[in-house]
Design a protein around this ligand. Structure first.
Ligand code: SF4
Length: 239
């Protein structure tokens, strides 16, 4: 039997990226292979998963971790009228074997840091939407940025937009962001993604100026549809 540690399962609306506002079931896996400075999600395993059965109430049941595939499927099935099932984290691709066994009636929406290409291969045909991050040099905490970038590009190639899958890329923009770095990576992956979302960080001291963001968007328009979308769920305090 397959198990995975999950920190939360709930129903809400997508707060980031091209599908902002759609209603989703969220499955938030525990654990990540990166260590970003701005990370705000639980990365260490914990012994329980909280399940908000009734959306928006803030009332949670707790289940002992790790969970089975069937437990996760049953919780997802309890949510009505969802556009898709967001698999998020942490890094959901760490649990690719678990995901490959997960069956849901709503399509799968993968939120990934796009650095685990071997895992991406395992689930590429199960995923209908991909919200893929690009981590730039300024925010990268590891030792080998070049290899990190190669793995990112390979993940976008594997999970690229097709007739059956929409893949877009999300780039967190701060006062440290170097436009040439963004333009370089977007040029490399522009054939793999349907759009680029520039996501201004919600931290006042590091928030890039409006002019900076609009100039960057203008440069990128030459290559691809580019949108500026902040994290909306933090504005109204939903999960
Ligand atoms: S990839 Fe996401 S979950 Fe992982 S450390 Fe970075 S921000 Fe946190």
């Amino acid at each position: 039997m397959m198990f995975a540690p999950v920190s939360e399962i709930f129903c809400s609306v997508q707060g980031e990226g091209s599908y902002v506002g759609v209603r989703q079931a969220f499955v938030r896996f525990v654990g990540c292979n990166l260590n970003c400075s701005y990370c705000d999600t639980l990365q260490k395993s914990r012994d329980y998963c909280r399940f908000e059965k009734d959306p928006g109430t803030g009332v949670f049941e707790t289940l002992t971790n790790p969970l089975t595939v069937k437990m996760v499927e049953d919780m997802i099935r309890s949510f009505k009228n969802i556009h898709s099932v967001s698999l998020t984290g942490g890094e959901p691709l760490l649990h690719a074997d678990f995901i490959s066994r997960l069956h849901t009636s709503a399509p799968i929406y993968l939120e990934s840091n796009m650095t685990l290409p071997q895992m991406a291969k395992k689930i590429k045909d199960r995923v209908s939407y991909v919200a893929g991050d690009v981590k730039l040099m300024e925010e990268f905490e590891g030792e080998d940025f070049e290899s990190h970038l190669d793995r990112t590009i390979e993940c976008f190639r594997i999970l690229k937009t097709t007739k059956k899958r929409d893949c877009f890329c999300k780039i967190v923009v701060t006062t440290n962001t170097v436009p040439d770095d963004v333009i370089g990576i977007v040029s490399t992956i522009s054939n793999y993604v349907s759009s680029v979302v520039l996501q201004p960080v919600n931290h006042s001291q590091k928030t890039a100026s409006t002019k900076f963001l609009l100039d960057l968007q203008e440069y990128l328009f030459d290559k691809i549809d580019t949108r500026i979308i902040p994290q909306t769920h933090k504005m109204w305090g939903c999960l």
